[in-house]
Design a protein. Structure first.
Length: 261
């Protein structure tokens, strides 16, 4: 636990099954893909799939389960009810509970979607010399609800959510080039610079995660975020959904290199 970056994904998932809930999985299991979770009832699954297809930068799909099947099989040998650090349960769009184990809430009709996560490309950013302020400061990455609207699908509609990393101005182009190699993990940024242009009023007040202190000369850089489905759930108010807790992801068995373009 002192060095979560050197754990294997199976070791990390074993830790999470014990109820350990780190502030964030950013920096855990370096070299392995991380994934967001959205699980919805079967009668909403087509709308969720169509929403992801129409909004691929926010919701790049890695795997979809059969109805009622709580196990990931393609990206990891994982129980989706227990192998993430923390879950959020939504009822009619409102947060019902945040729990370290979702077994009690899992239903036989749930279809789970695993969605790419920008934590995956952070090792590549670090290797390219790009500092990661949230890791340096021991914080969850800040995430913001923007004024940009996603393309709706059936009963699902809502805003784009972005994650933000302060990047030194002279390294922004490198950050763009590195992350563009990972389209399955949100790819290149959706915005660089003035947060007001995307409807973010204050970087000090993220809707998810924690605020991060920039260094002099840093520029805010924003990536599409896999918390977007949670904002959509809150906006659309479906009867039921389970998601990961923001910043606390499923760590898969797939290597970063396997998803790099």
């Amino acid at each position: 636990m002192d060095q979560p970056g050197i754990l294997t994904p199976s070791q990390a998932r074993e830790v999470f099954r014990t109820g350990e809930t780190p502030v964030t999985t950013s920096g855990w299991c370096r070299g392995y893909v991380q994934a967001n979770l959205l699980a919805v009832p079967r009668d909403l699954a087509f709308d969720a799939l169509l929403f992801a297809v129409r909004n691929p930068q926010a919701c790049p799909i890695l795997e979809v389960t059969d109805p009622g099947d709580p196990y990931a099989r393609e990206v990891a040998a994982a129980d989706l009810r227990t192998d993430l650090p923390a879950y959020r349960v939504y009822q009619n769009g409102a947060l019902l509970a945040e729990v370290p184990d979702a077994t009690a809430y899992w239903r036989d009709d749930l279809v789970a979607f695993l969605i790419g996560c920008s934590f995956t490309f952070e090792a590549a950013l670090a290797a390219a010399g790009v500092p990661l302020r949230h890791i340096e400061q021991g914080r969850n990455v800040p995430m913001y609800v923007t004024s940009r609207r996603c393309r709706p699908a059936g009963r699902l509609a809502g805003p784009l959510v972005v994650s933000m990393r302060p990047i030194p101005a002279d390294l922004v182009e490198i950050a763009i080039e590195v992350t563009a190699r990972y389209p399955a993990m949100h790819g290149a940024p959706v915005h660089v610079g003035d947060p007001a242009e995307i409807g973010v009023a204050s970087l000090a007040v993220p809707q998810f995660g924690e605020p991060v202190e920039p260094e002099p000369g840093d520029v805010p850089v924003f990536w599409a975020c896999g918390v977007t489905p949670q904002a959509v759930v809150m906006a659309s108010a479906p009867p039921f959904a389970i998601t990961h807790a923001p910043g606390r992801m499923l760590i898969t068995d797939r290597s970063d290199e396997s998803v790099a373009g």
